[in-house]
Ligand binder design. Sequence first.
Ligand code: FEC
Length: 307
Amino acid sequence: MTKTVGLLVMAYGTPYKESDIEPYYTDIRHGKKPSEEEIQDLKDRYEFIGGLSPLAHTTDKQAEALCDALNEAYDDVNFKLYIGLKHIHPYIEDAVQAMSHDGIEDAVTVVLAPHYSSFSVGSYDKRAEDEAQKYAIKLTHVKHYFEQPKFIQYWTEKINETLDLIPDSEHDDTVLVVSAHSLPKGMIEKNNDPYPNELHETRKLLEENSNIVHVAEGWQSEGHTGTPWLGPDVQDLTRDLYNKHGYKHFIYTPVGFVCEHLEVLYDNDYECKVVCDELGVNYYRPQMPNTDSLFIGAIVDEVKSIY
Ligand code: FEC
């Protein structure tokens, strides 16, 4: 007999229309409204990437692909999909309430972010857990999937395909920048958070598996809080790598994210490219995982290892 199990896919969320930008940003700031200047700056960045982010659509597609793949992988389970977002509706709590309404008693949760930090994946899980306890729903959490062979294979293939665009004789003049979203350094150090080490492990796996010769690790998209964030920032790193080694080709793999959205389309494709243009070097940013079957397969394999 097949058992119906909830699949709660959680993601960051993005404004659906321009008027959502202010409340969305206020939610990111824990209810404290950003200044008019900060709101305008964010509106300008969305405008730059075409008005709004593709994230909402991609999150839906990724969640549907994952649910389909899990239903293929399990004979005795029928996964029913729920999407819960961090900073806009449907919120994580809304999704848990919908599960309760449908009589779900058991669910697997997945965050669309491959590395664990108590401030990212951990905070999604806590919100889901707090709500699920009200309805006695049992949750099994996927904590991370950066080490899954299919996740590493996805990025390895992308790196090698990008290297194929560069003459062999210039591979020694090429550097790979592996990055994730920065977080405040003090919080990470105080809690002995695994996040920086998980990025480091990802970098090692990509270095071992792909044909790249030179690799650097960096952090991106940091906030402006007046306190130190994890570094080096990818833009500063680009300048340093150029000044020290004179690389001609820079390949950016923002492996902490799983699809094209503001932080990739603006922070990599605009901000890092501006630095590359200034230095007269070539900018490359392979396609993000989106609904690629290797990426979806990596999450399926992680679910299978815990559920
Ligand atoms: O495409 C889109 O519309 C949204 C893309 C988006 C993703 C994303 C992922 C992460 N964030 C993480 C941490 C923080 C911290 C701050 C913060 C601020 C912002 C702002 C926008 C934004 N984030 Fe985000 N993040 C995305 C978008 N993020 C917009 C506000 C303006 C700005 O700073 O650019 C707080 C900074 C502050 O206090 O001002 C902390 C982490 C991730 C990756 C894990 C995950 O997806 O949850 C960590 C996608």
